[in-house]
Design a binder for this molecule. Sequence first.
Ligand SMILES: Cc1ncc(COP(=O)(O)O)c(C=O)c1O
Length: 404
Amino acid sequence: MTITTSEDYRDRFVERLSQNMPGRKDFQVASASGCTLTDDEGRTYLDMTSGIGVANVGHCHPRVVAAVQEQVARYAHVNVYGRFVVPEQVEMVDRLVAAAGPGFDMAYLLSTGAEANECALKLARKVTGRPKFVAMERAYHGRSFGALSVSWREEWRTPFEPLLPEVEFVPFDDLAAAAAAIDDRTAAVIVEPIQGEGGIRVPSDGFLPGLRSLCDDAGALLIADEVQGGMGRSGRWFAHQHWDVRPDIVTCAKATGGGLPLAAVLARAELFATFVDPPLSHLTTMGGNPVACAAGIAAYDVIVDEGLLDNATEVGAYLRDELSTMMTDFPGLLVDVRGKGLWCALEVSVDANPLVTRMQELGVLTGSVLNQSGTVRIMPPLVITRSEVDVFLEALRTTLGEIA
Ligand SMILES: Cc1ncc(COP(=O)(O)O)c(C=O)c1O
């Protein structure tokens, strides 16, 4: 297939692909490498979004490309969850449980974040036999019916009701509210340890350990949604590892497949045992696809071999320090900077969208978040260098200067 450089694709894209936003698209992607995207006119952009948290090892990392090419030439799909051993799945899960640490010895492989959360909610119901879920205000867990039921923003839930019947939302980082909601009907509490679409919100230190003990007291499970925060984004493999807390179930997706669709639900083997009774209590055709696993294995190994957790911590601290300094130059305009690792939010007192558009004109891709207006999301590939961060900072300074 030959891809041409033409206006034609722009029209056909909006004609042929079901759109969730009005209007034509900004540019046609030609290629991507590391932290850089190139458009069909040869213009380059510094990608401070990682395709929304997917390209943690950068775009087209040579080791991921080689692993995909090698695997697809051997076999792409055989029969997942059928009668065969698929060794790439074993290698992938070995790595994920090593990253998750004690308390996690098994995984169920899927393709997307919503699917992983769907599976986690089902698992919690099956294990506890209880109907109710407690979720957080500003939470985002995906758009399938179960995941949507525990996602906060009402305008996206209401048109699709009835959803799961017993879901109670409590403010994030409010243990008293959580204590009032968690009871002996609660199957699980689902929480993003650091909220992503809610505006990169880091909870206070007692919140997650407090949720853990509330769950223990009530006999409920704790599900950590690490779809956005996993695979090194915050400087640890999983965001909950910044605190002394062990969830019962962890979900991950996005960066897990090194750019290919791969998701996982991690838990203790005894929880997953309930999926065998009756057999096939949960099932997917494409989950744990061998090519996605090969890419995920390569991406995991890149994170280890290139020290990307440390890079996320160090370059992330540099980024936030510089942004905090910039806050003093633009008082009343740049009003907050928060985050962990290379997962950072800028809060501006004006509409964030024109800022994102202007940054793009200056060759830097940033983005907004779904559940908090005025927030600019910064989550570059974990391979980013300080000098690339400086390019971003310069474009931001220019843009804020124009707005001010
Ligand atoms: C925390 C979190 N959970 C779940 C999802 C849904 O993942 P997916 O879009 O792969 O279904 C997202 C997507 O942004 C997310 O940020």
